[in-house]
Design a protein around this ligand. Structure first.
Ligand code: DCP
Ligand code: MG
Ligand code: MN
Length: 320
């Protein structure tokens, strides 16, 4: 079959992916080595979309993005059932503290490292020093325990109804899609990824982000504020991501924010091989000189798959 190498949406190499992603996080958080981080992420994405279980480093190195070093790690893992490098990382207090702090919403690797350098290695210690955090980080810390809790699908369904009701009260033509793991059919999610557009809202190259857009987004946020991410005063505080997109960029946004992260990587790589560059805003053909042309008009997710010649996958089939 023509598209066999793309796989069927099933990850046959879940364990290998998990360790490569853990190594990626380590490079990002503890070493701030974005180059190695990207290399591990890319390798994980390639392996995740491979059509069968990988049994050796030699087999893996035939795939794009898998070099000698990663191939060796695959062999070590297959032969011993573990990876010495990861075992060492798990034993390393500094790395563990950085990972913990970087798991707070708003705190990135650089901030996490500087906190650990200042001797702040636990949530409790950080709570005694909130003055060194910005507003976003303070919110992330305040609701740290709540944000760690997954949101059941049923609760997101209720929140979805609340958002749709409030937004359509402002204007019936608003279009709302909850993306992320929820759209991929997961029984629970880490946050609520909400995309909103309006048919009259178009991207304008000259004006870029207009005042009109920010006031529209502000109105939407204000309309939702009363209800404040909590269905009732006793419920857990949830993280709601809201993005207002121009209608001509909406479907590329929906595709991107539906994920998964690794599915996006695999699809983009495929698009490039077929002469198109795909990002969260648009699809563009790559010209003979290697430069991207004008954005292609897109009116549905299916059209994007068609354009880059990737067989259509329903959101529930994008879980790797
Ligand atoms: N995304 C991406 N690359 C990133 C971050 C995000 O491609 N570095 C895309 C794919 C994700 C989507 O954005 O699926 C939403 O990001 P989330 O972090 O909210 O991830 P999920 O919704 O998939 O999972 P969770 O249940 O943890 O929220
Ligand atoms: Mg999400
Ligand atoms: Mn999100």
């Amino acid at each position: 079959m023509l598209f066999e190498s793309i796989g069927s949406g099933v990850n046959h190499n879940e364990e290998l992916c998990r360790i490569l992603l853990e190594l990626a996080e380590y490079e990002k958080n503890s070493n701030r080595n974005i180059f190695k981080y990207e290399a591990y992420k890319k390798a994980a994405a390639v392996i995740a979309s491979h059509s069968k279980k990988i049994t050796s480093g030699a087999e893996a190195s035939k795939l794009k993005g898998i070099g000698v070093k990663i191939a060796k790690k695959i062999d070590e893992f297959n032969e011993t059932g573990k990876l010495q490098k990861l075992e060492n990382i798990h034993k390393d207090d500094r790395s563990q503290a950085i990972n913990l702090l970087a798991s707070i919403s708003g705190i990135g690797p650089a901030k996490a490292q500087s906190l650990v350098n200042d001797g702040i290695t636990t949530i409790e210690k950080l709570r005694q020093n909130t003055h060194i955090l910005n507003h976003h980080q303070q919110i992330g810390l305040k609701y740290y325990e709540d944000f760690q809790k997954k949101i059941p699908r049923e609760e997101i369904q209720e929140i979805e109804a609340v958002i749709k009701r409030n937004v359509s009260k402002m204007d019936k033509e608003f279009l709302v899609t909850i993306c992320g793991s929820y759209r991929r059919g997961k029984p629970e999610s880490g946050d609520i990824d909400t995309l909103i557009t309006h048919p009259s809202f178009r991207y304008d190259k000259k004006r870029k982000k207009t005042n009109e857009t920010s006031s529209m987004l502000k109105k939407i946020v204000d309309a939702l504020k009363d209800w404040a991410c909590r269905l009732s005063p006793e419920s857990i505080t949830r993280r709601l991501d809201i993005r207002l997109l121009p209608h001509d960029q909406y479907f590329c946004g929906v595709l991107y924010f539906t994920g998964s992260d690794m599915f996006n990587k695999a699809m983009r790589a495929h698009a490039l091989e077929h002469g198109h560059t795909l990002n969260e805003y648009c699809v563009r053909p790559i010209g003979s000189l290697g430069t991207p042309g004008e954005a292609v008009p897109i009116n549905s997710e299916e059209e994007i798959f068609d354009y880059v010649q990737y067989p259509y996958r329903k959101p529930e089939e994008r879980n790797y």
